[in-house]
Design a protein around this ligand. Structure first.
Ligand code: LLP
Length: 406
């Protein structure tokens, strides 16, 4: 990102998320281009960064949206994603969410259990519509990633077994209110190995073939998200290799390939900026206390995730320090043993690879307002979310009648 960080911080203050929209374009084009010549739809995983401007930018490029709540579906629609490019997944959809998804006539609802299928059928029946569905299968493949973001094993709560999926397809095919158009799997996130993806594709493609043999014609082959990115020194999967591995396994099938990348699109399109408040030394240990915290970026605390941290001012000898925030938890850190030069009040630190699962996982813990977000497009900066004020935070409490306490 070629931008003047100091100027941005002067203008917008910290903590601050900054996204490079040109990089988002490049990532999208590269992935979409990898499927050139094939029917494909890149349905951006809105959960990774659901700012309306981000979704709008991707919608304009032709992306669809992978949503896991009706709120995300509304964001996608509001941001201009075409309804026929929106899919709705998630293990626990409420009746009201199912009803609305059907009303909105989105591309498909992705089912994760037999129970859920029956509810979708019942609601579609009440509404006298046909629900286009896909079924998330759990191919029981080890994605070789962090256990918290591994989803394709039977021990995970996601999807249904292959046998169950087949039974569900047979049921759905007979139902007047269900139209089974897709199949879906997502084995995990931050995948850096191609083999588990290939294996899952093969297993699921075999199921599609066996469904075809009984006249159940699957049109959308959804490979989920999960493409890994470089946080530190990981070797990642090239989009071309990814697309090749998938197309190899679905030879002879007339399907549209759906993919649901989130992190791949956003992680390295964003940085998180924070200012130094104080330095302190507790015995041997050096702490750099900053104004950003776990409520802003929880990945280090939650997954022990690594985010590269650099100081804008680079003078002086570096020593190791833990970069910690003001939240009252020992787990509140952005980085451990980070090599940093001597720092002063208001020096700026850049936390890298923060564009995915950064802002979207932020909270108001300790009554801290959520950060502002800024987009950079063609060298210009645009505010895309205002800094949250104290008033914003208490609005819903103040809206309540508290006369009973008087
Ligand atoms: N599709 C499905 C069904 C998913 O469950 C996910 C992510 C994605 C797509 C997008 O995955 P991606 O391409 O971003 O890897 N908060 C965690 C990541 C949780 C991912 C959950 N599911 C983190 O910060 O690492």
């Amino acid at each position: 990102m070629s931008l003047d960080i100091t100027t941005l911080v002067k203008k917008y203050d910290t903590p601050l998320y900054v996204y490079d929209f040109n990089n988002i374009t490049n990532r999208y084009e590269e992935l979409k281009g990898a499927f050139d010549g094939k029917k494909s739809l890149v349905a951006y995983a809105v959960k990774s960064n659901s700012n309306l401007a981000v979704i709008r930018h991707l919608a304009k490029l032709g992306a669809g949206a992978d949503c896991v709540s009706i709120g995300e579906v509304h964001r996608a629609l509001k941001a201009g994603v075409k309804k026929y490019r929106i899919i709705f997944s998630g293990v626990g959809k409420k009746d009201s969410e199912i009803r609305e998804a059907l009303q909105q006539d989105i591309l498909l609802i992705n089912l994760e259990s037999e129970d859920e299928m029956k509810r979708v059928e019942m609601i579609a029946n009440e509404m006298d519509v046909e629900a286009r569905i896909s079924i998330r299968v759990n191919p029981n493949v080890d994605p070789q990633t962090h256990p918290y973001i591994s989803t394709g094993l039977h021990e995970n709560k996601f999807g249904v077994s292959l046998d169950m999926a087949k039974r569900m397809y047979i049921y759905a095919k007979k139902s007047e209110h269900l139209n089974p158009v897709g199949i879906h799997f997502h084995i995990g996130s931050q995948l850096t190995e191609l083999a588990p993806i290939s294996e899952a594709c093969e297993i699921v493609a075999d199921l599609v073939r066996s469904l075809k043999a009984i006249n159940i014609d699957i049109k959308f082959f959804d490979v989920g998200g999960g493409l890994g990115v470089v946080y530190n020194n990981e070797t990642t999967i090239k989009p071309k290799d990814y697309a090749h591995a998938i197309t190899q396994k679905i030879k002879g099938l007339d399907v549209t390939i759906l993919s649901e990348p989130g992190r791949y699109m956003m992680a390295n399109s964003g940085i998180f900026l924070t200012k130094v408040l104080y330095e302190k030394q507790n015995g041997e240990k050096r702490f750099v206390i900053v104004d950003g915290a776990m409520n802003d970026l929880i990945r280090p605390s939650l997954y022990n995730a690594y985010h590269k941290i650099e100081a804008v001012q680079k003078e002086g000898e570096t020593t190791l320090a833990d970069v910690v925030g003001p939240v009252c938890e020992s787990g509140d850190f952005l980085g451990k043993n980070v090599a940093l030069p001597p720092l002063n009040h208001n020096d700026i630190l850049v936390v890298h690879s923060a564009g995915a699962y950064g802002f979207t996982m932020s909270s108001n813990y300790n009554t801290r307002g959520r950060s502002a977000e800024v987009a950079i497009l063609d060298g210009k900066d645009y505010l895309i979310r205002e800094r949250e004020s104290f008033e914003d935070q208490i609005r819903l409490e103040e809206a309540c009648d508290i006369s009973w306490q008087e």
